[in-house]
Design a protein around this ligand. Structure first.
Ligand SMILES: NC(=O)c1ccc[n+]([C@@H]2O[C@H](COP(=O)([O-])OP(=O)(O)OC[C@H]3O[C@@H](n4cnc5c(N)ncnc54)[C@H](O)[C@@H]3O)[C@@H](O)[C@H]2O)c1
Length: 458
């Protein structure tokens, strides 16, 4: 049964600028709530796809909402900002803020979009920044908008950061842990807050706090993954099972299980960029953020460790045929931005390995020539296989068939999707990071006990 969408506190005409993962999801979901949404996208290819009712990105549930919004007439697409802004009460800026080499975000798309919106506005307008930005950005965009808008138009810039997860974006929009609205004027904040249903958890604050909430949240999520990887490495040294250790840690309600998984490290368009943005912002202010810096360092180590482990297992990588299964930065998305899998494949190539790849939906442009139509074809003749993305279909791979087409026996399952016992029955050697032979015993582990015994025996 189709569940009815929740009801917002009021209905409005809104405009969404940028139809990527965030903008298209927000546009389709706002239309589902009942708002009239005009979505502006300047990429002509994406625009024609959306006008045909197709989503240019892979996001479960989004295509249905897109078609629903278009069929009710509440969701329209244009490349002309002048057609989208006049008559709208709120314009949501959802354009990209990619990382610059120095760690700061590149805010050029955002500045251009804010200027275009302000120039196109024919009446008072609230501009809500959904893109992830460093604290102070909304204030800078306010100055820019005041400069670009005609004198009889008042633009009020506010922060409304987006917390959706790719692969669960639609569900995250309709079931948010919180909606954050940062505005320096009550009326501006209310104008945005009332577009959402009243029962959704809402945090209202000032603009800089709102901007920092997003940076701090992503830094904490990344920190949990780096912590899990650090503990998984320690598990290998003491002969413990990372899966059990992390499950036990995550069962503590003060900690929680999500993002407490070890693997090839975090990736995607947000985590590295936003932690780097937080570090760069703090650095510029002369404030040190050692925890955030360590989070990035451990992540780089986690990616490198996969290749180092493979080199140890195979003796050397040069000339070896290695299949990498999974290219997306995580399962359920086609996004390959900052994907650990891509880093791993590139490093294997740099070490002289012959690499073949497969992913159910993702296709990194630069590695397209390595891509195979299915997993068995990718692993055919491979000396070793790395599973780098936890696609559920990899758990269904037939070990006997894998063994029959591979040249070697080693499968490095960095995301723990395979059943090692079933694979072993087919003669495969599945290596799971975060565990080692339990029979390795290091006397150094019980050194405190030795000291205690010394004290007793004296
Ligand atoms: N992807 C995520 O999971 C996620 C989650 C939360 C927040 N964010 C943040 O949201 C922002 C957008 O992320 P994204 O992943 O959706 O980016 P994206 O690159 O997928 O989409 C941005 C879109 O904006 C369009 N665009 C750029 N300038 C434009 C303009 N002037 N007019 C019209 N269209 C324009 C681009 O063509 C592109 O389609 C970033 O700041 C990101 O950090 C992303």
């Amino acid at each position: 049964m189709h569940k009815p969408h929740p009801t917002p506190q009021r209905l409005a005409d809104i405009c969404v600028v940028g139809a990527g993962y965030v903008g298209l999801t927000a546009a389709a979901c706002f239309a589902a709530l009942g708002h009239r949404v005009r979505c502006v996208e300047n990429d002509q290819r994406r625009l024609s796809q959306m006008r045909r009712g197709e989503t240019p990105i892979y996001e479960p549930g989004l295509d249905g909402l897109l078609r629903e919004g278009m069929s009710t007439g509440r969701l329209t697409f244009t490349s002309e900002i002048d057609q989208a802004v006049p008559g709208a009460e709120v314009a949501f800026l959802c354009v990209g803020t990619p990382a610059r080499p120095d760690g700061h975000p590149d805010l050029r798309q955002l500045a251009a979009a804010a200027r275009q919106v302000a120039t196109a506005a024919t009446g008072d307008l609230v501009v809500a920044v959904k893109s992830t930005v460093p604290p102070g950005t909304c204030e800078a965009l306010q100055l820019l908008s005041d400069d670009a808008a005609s004198p009889d138009v008042r633009i009020s810039v506010a922060s409304n950061p987006e917390f959706l997860r790719e692969s669960q974006a639609v569900s995250d929009f309709f079931h948010p842990d919180r909606v954050v609205v940062g505005a320096d004027e009550e009326a501006t904040g209310s104008c945005i807050a009332t577009l959402y249903p009243s029962e959704w958890p809402m945090l209202r604050c000032d603009r800089r706090s709102s901007e920092l909430i997003k940076y701090a949240s992503n830094t904490f999520l990344a920190l949990k993954i780096s912590f899990a990887n650090e503990i998984a490495g320690l598990c290998e040294h003491v002969g413990a099972e990372a899966v059990s250790v992390l499950a036990g840690v995550g069962m503590d309600q003060r900690i929680g299980p999500s993002f407490l998984a070890h693997g090839p490290g975090f990736g995607g368009s947000c985590l590295t960029k936003d932690v780097s943005g937080l570090v760069a912002t703090a650095d510029a202010l002369g404030y040190d953020t050692p925890v955030a810096r360590a989070t990035l360092d451990v992540n780089a180590w986690a990616r490198g460790r996969v290749v180092d482990k493979l080199a140890t297992l195979l003796g050397s990588l040069a000339g070896k045929a290695i299949a990498v299964l999974g290219m997306a930065f995580k399962a359920g998305t086609d996004d390959v931005r900052d994907s650990p899998a891509v880093t791993i494949a590139e490093r294997l190539l740099a070490e002289g390995a012959a690499v073949s790849t497969f992913d159910p939906v993702a296709e990194p442009e630069a590695l397209r020539h390595l891509q195979h139509p299915d997993a068995y074809s990718a692993v055919s003749g491979a000396d070793a296989v790395v599973i780098a993305t936890a696609w559920p279909e990899f758990a269904q791979l037939d070990p006997a068939r894998l063994a029959s087409v591979m040249s070697g026996r080693v499968i490095l399952d960095t995301v723990g999707v395979l059943d090692p016992a079933a694979a072993a029955a087919s003669g495969l050697d599945v290596i799971l990071p975060g565990r080692s032979a339990m029979d390795t015993f290091h006397p150094v582990m019980v050194r405190p006990l030795e000291w205690a015994l010394d004290a007793v025996l004296v």
